[in-house]
Design a protein around this ligand. Structure first.
Ligand SMILES: Nc1ncnc2c1ncn2[C@@H]1O[C@H](COP(=O)(O)OP(=O)(O)OP(=O)(O)O)[C@@H](O)[C@H]1O
Ligand SMILES: [Mg+2]
Length: 345
C-alpha cells in the first residue's frame, strides 16, 4: 500500500545541510498497522510528511496504492492526497468552527454538496463515538475527544491510508489506550492501512503488526513484530521486550532465550542444570502477548566463559529455544560479534 524507494530529504538552512532522510525503503502492506519508532531527530516526521508529499523529497519515489505520487502533477497530487488521511499530535482543529464543520472541511475543499457533507460528517462522528458533539466547539472537548474529531476529519475523503504522527503523545495513558483501540478498530472495520509514528514501545506492542526502527535518517530494522522478536540481536525486540539483568560474575556467559507459544522454559532450565551440573541464574524474564501470540523471554547466566558453554548452549537450541549469546558485561542485543554468533550456530 505504501512503498518508498531510496527516499532522501536534505534540509538546507543558513548554509548548513541536514540529511533528515538518507535512502529510506519503506514497505507497508495493505491493511496493516505499521509503527515507526526512533529517537528524536531520527527523521520520523520527515518520513511521514514525505509519504503524502507535504514535504517534497530531495530524491527517491513514494508510491501509495500503486500510484507514484512523486511523478503526479499538482491537481492529480491533490486528488491522491485527499485519499490519504493524516492525524496530528496537536489535533490541528479550527477553533472557530464546530466539531461537525471541522469534519466537513476536507469535503468542502473537495466541492462536496452541503447535504452530502453533513450526512458524511454525522456518519464519521458516529464512527468515532462523538455523535452528540457535532454542535460543540473544539475548546469544549477533552484532548481525547479532540483527537477523535481529528480522526473523523482524516477519514472524510474515504482514505485507504491513515498517517499518524504521535497522535497520542499529548494524551494521558487511559485516553491513549482508547484512541489506539479506535485506530485498531478502524483498521479492522474499514481495512484501513495505518502508518503511525510513536516514541512509545507500548503503542507498537498494543496495535502494530509491523514496525521499523529509524536512526539518523535510515531504517535500521523493520519487519513484522512477531518476526522481529524471533530475530537474534534485534534492537527493536529488546526495546519492545526488555528482560534487563546484568551478570553477577566476570567469568560468566549471558544468554537470552526467546520462546513462542506453548514452549515452556522452566523444565528446560532445570534439565540443563541437572544434565551439566551447573548453577544457572535467571537475570530477568517476561511473558507477553504480542499480536495475539504469546512470546516469552528470559535472560540467564551460565558459569564460565562462552567457550566452556558451547555444549549447554547447543542443548538449549536443540530444545527449540531461540538462543542469543552475549559477551560478558554486554547485553545480547548490543552484541555485534558475528564470530561468536557464527561459532554457536
Ligand atoms: N524544516 C526543517 N528545516 C531544517 N531541518 C529540519 C526541518 N525539519 C526537520 N529538520 C531536521 O531533520 C532531522 C529529522 O527531523 P524530524 O522532525 O523528521 O525528526 P523526528 O524523528 O520526527 O523527531 P521527533 O521525535 O523529535 O519528532 C532533524 O535533525 C531536524 O532538525
Ligand atoms: Mg517528529
Amino acid at each position: 500500500m505504501i512503498t518508498t524507494t531510496g527516499l532522501t530529504k536534505v534540509y538546507r538552512s543558513r548554509g548548513r545541510e541536514t540529511a533528515a532522510l538518507d535512502g529510506v525503503d519503506l514497505h507497508v502492506r495493505e491493511g496493516e498497522v505499521y509503527g515507526v519508532v526512533g529517537r528524536s531527530g531520527a527523521g520520523k516526521s520527515t518520513l511521514i510528511r514525505c509519504v503524502n508529499l507535504l514535504e517534497r523529497p530531495t530524491s527517491g519515489t513514494v508510491q501509495v496504492a500503486g500510484e507514484d505520487l512523486t511523478s503526479l502533477p499538482g491537481s492529480a497530487l491533490r486528488a491522491a492526497r485527499s485519499r490519504i488521511g493524516m492525524v496530528f499530535q496537536h489535533f490541528n482543529l479550527l477553533s472557530s468552527r464546530t466539531v461537525q464543520d471541522n469534519v466537513e472541511l476536507p469535503l468542502e475543499i473537495l466541492g462536496v454538496s452541503g447535504k452530502e457533507r453533513s450526512r458524511k460528517a454525522l456518519e464519521l462522528l458516529d464512527l468515532v463515538g462523538l455523535s452528540d458533539k457535532g454542535k460543540a466547539y473544539p475548546a469544549q472537548l477533552s484532548g481525547g475527544q479532540k483527537q477523535r474529531v481529528g480522526i473523523a476529519r482524516a477519514l472524510a475523503g474515504d482514505p485507504k491510508v491513515l498517517l499518524s504522527d504521535e497522535a497520542t503523545s499529548a494524551l494521558d495513558p487511559e485516553t491513549t489506550r482508547s484512541i489506539l483501540q479506535l485506530l485498531r478498530d478502524l483498521n479492522e472495520q474499514l481495512g484501513l492501512t495505518v502508518l503511525l509514528i510513536t516514541h512509545e514501545m507500548d503503542v507498537v506492542k498494543a496495535i502494530c503488526d509491523s514496525a521499523a526502527l529509524m536512526k539518523d535518517g535510515r531504517i535500521v530494522e523493520s519487519g513484522k513484530v512477531t518476526d522481529l522478536l524471533a530475530t537474534p540481536g534485534s534492537e527493536l525486540a529488546h526495546e519492545l521486550f526488555p528482560v534487563g539483568g546484568r551478570p553477577s560474575g566476570e567469568d560468566s556467559t549471558v544468554v537470552d532465550l526467546t520462546f513462542h507459544g506453548e514452549a515452556a522454559t522452566e523444565p528446560v532450565i532445570s534439565q540443563l542444570s541437572r544434565t551439566y551440573n551447573i548453577d544457572i541464574s535467571v537475570l530477568g524474564a517476561a511473558l507477553e502477548t504480542i499480536a495475539g501470540r504469546q512470546v516469552g523471554r528470559m535472560r540467564i547466566e551460565l558459569p564460565g566463559r562462552f567457550e566452556d558453554n558451547v555444549v549447554p548452549i547447543g542443548f538449549l537450541r536443540e530444545k527449540g529455544l531461540q538462543v542469543d549469546v552475549a559477551p560478558v558485561g554486554k547485553p545480547a542485543d548490543s552484541n555485534n560479534d558475528s564470530l561468536v554468533k557464527e561459532a554457536v550456530k
